[in-house]
Design a binder for this molecule. Structure first.
Ligand code: G6P
Length: 483
């Protein structure tokens, strides 16, 4: 068997990889690199580690790159059948698992787990199997494999069956559903998900709140097979009672932090300075700003944020003309109708506020939908208040990034349902994301905060936000898996 093993000692698996390709008009392929915690983590272990990142081809450009054999060292893209990928990614990952973990269903009418759902579930299985097979092929004897997120919950179990010699870890970047909500899934499906995850040697989450929810699910769903015990101060263990490997799965937490060094340098480059000038022009002289920057994920709560802003203008008319809500809402997952509708609703509510409250010299909501990282950093720097009010969020890095780059201190209005709340709650103004009147009150409190207190809080927020920078976050997981 050993001769069929691959050469890589460290492997990462995720749906979205570090690079995407676009086919240009002249037929050539243009590569675009992404950022994020995994990218910094892998660069921190250096080229000698001979790591491999296994990801899915997402668009036509990626598929073309795979077919032409174009690629980067250290990255293997899987050209999974486009329909299988769409059913797994759009149908299951983003329409079912995302909804379950963020508790987004309107339960009188959904979810409906019908025959179509079962068909998509088969695709989710096939897509997970494709990852497991590629990893099994590429991994050296005893290699460490770090599997990412809700797209790939079945990979640990499938991979263990193929390669019992590997050390397998899984990291969840989202919340985990409370047990009563998780129970909505059909019995066999929730068991398959948990068994898939528990094929790992180690599972990790962004906060203890999500880790505990997972442990509650494991303990409740198959008590004859799984028993939860404390393993150490920093981890818990799920003992496997049925004798199947692994004998136990450790569960730990790594709260991904902001990359201070990168953000501080990047936010002072010339393109960001230019965006600051342009934004100031749009906002108008001497006005305060309430800034938000999100992808239009259904869990971000952008619409209620605008309703709360409107409530503020009603309850505290003294803020009219004196404040602007700067909202950047970058479209995501637009293949799905519900995400498109949500993006449209954000635009509609912004327009409505502008037409009812706006004056010739004042646009109450400045909404931008075209993703522009330099402009996001510009908004971070000049924000007086940052509004981060998700319904539920694994961590929320915007909450951590704003205090790090803020020029003059910024008050963070933060949902208690964001993972970041565990670390930042004390120095933020906290909100219940469903409470419009309460959020309007929090916005007023934030706008009215004295500069001294605001600066002090920002300093403490920035320190807490950078406690575990991305490279260290990644290395900690790797070392815990290897220990
Ligand atoms: C959010 C989540 C991540 C997830 C990502 C996928 O940012 O926090 O857990 O991996 O979405 O986004 P995508 O654009 O690939 O669907």
């Amino acid at each position: 068997m050993a001769s069929t093993h691959g050469a890589h000692g460290i492997l990462v698996a995720s749906n979205r990889g570090p690079i995407t390709y676009q086919t240009q008009d002249d037929g050539s392929l243009h590569a675009k690199r992404g950022g994020g915690g995994l990218v910094s983590g892998l660069s921190a272990i250096g080229p000698d580690a001979d790591a491999l990142w296994v990801c899915a081809a997402l668009g036509d450009g990626d598929r073309e790159a795979v077919r032409r054999g174009v690629g980067e060292d250290g990255v293997r893209m899987l050209d999974i059948d486009a329909e299988v990928h769409a059913d797994a990614y759009n149908g299951i990952a983003n329409s079912v698992l995302w909804f379950v973990h963020h508790m987004l269903y309107q339960t009188p009418l959904e979810p409906v787990f019908d025959a179509e759902f079962r068909r998509q579930w088969d695709a989710y299985r096939a897509y997970n199997r494709a990852f497991a097979e590629a990893l099994a092929e590429e991994a050296a004897e005893g290699a460490s494999v770090l599997v990412q997120d809700y797209h790939l919950c079945l990979v640990p179990g499938l991979l263990r069956a193929l390669r019992p010699d590997l050390r397998i870890g899984h990291f969840s970047h989202t919340p985990w559903a409370p047990v009563d909500y998780f129970r909505m899934l059909p019995d066999d499906i929730r068991a398959e998900l948990l068994d898939g995850m528990l094929g790992a040697d180690r599972l990790a989450f962004l906060t203890w709140r999500w880790a505990t929810a997972f442990l509650d699910c494991a303990a409740e769903i198959a008590p004859e097979r799984y028993r939860v015990t404390p393993a150490s101060e920093a981890s818990r263990s799920v003992e496997h009672l049925d004798g199947a490997a692994p004998a136990r799965t450790l569960v730990g937490v790594h709260g991904l932090g902001a990359d201070a060094e990168f953000l501080r340098a990047r936010s002072h480059e010339a393109d960001v300075e230019e965006r600051i000038v342009a934004l100031r022009e749009e906002i108008g002289e001497g006005r305060r700003t309430i800034v938000r920057v999100d992808r239009t994920e259904l869990s971000k709560n952008i619409v209620r944020g605008m309703l709360a802003y409107r409530q503020l203008l009603d309850d505290r008319p003294e803020w009219r003309e004196r404040v602007v809500h700067v909202a950047f809402a970058y479209p995501s997952r637009q293949d799905l109708a519900i995400y498109r509708d949500y993006t449209a609703e954000v635009q509609r509510v912004a327009d409505e506020i502008n037409s009812s409250y706006g004056t010739p010299g004042w646009t109450p909501v400045v909404l931008h939908v075209k993703d522009d990282f330099a402009r996001s950093l510009a908004a971070y720097r000049l924000a007086d208040v940052a509004l981060v009010n998700p319904i539920r969020d694994g961590m929320n890095l915007v909450a951590k990034e704003v205090p790090v780059v803020s020029d003059e201190g910024c008050v963070l209005v933060l949902s208690r349902e964001a993972g970041a709340y565990e670390e930042l709650g004390e120095d933020a103004v906290s909100v219940n994301p469903y409470d419009i009147v309460g959020t309007a009150r929090a916005l007023h409190e934030a706008l009215a905060m004295q500069p001294g207190e605001r600066a002090e809080r920002t300093k403490r927020l920035a320190a807490a936000a950078t406690a575990l920078p991305p490279a260290q976050w990644f290395l900690d997981q790797l070392h815990a898996l290897e220990a």
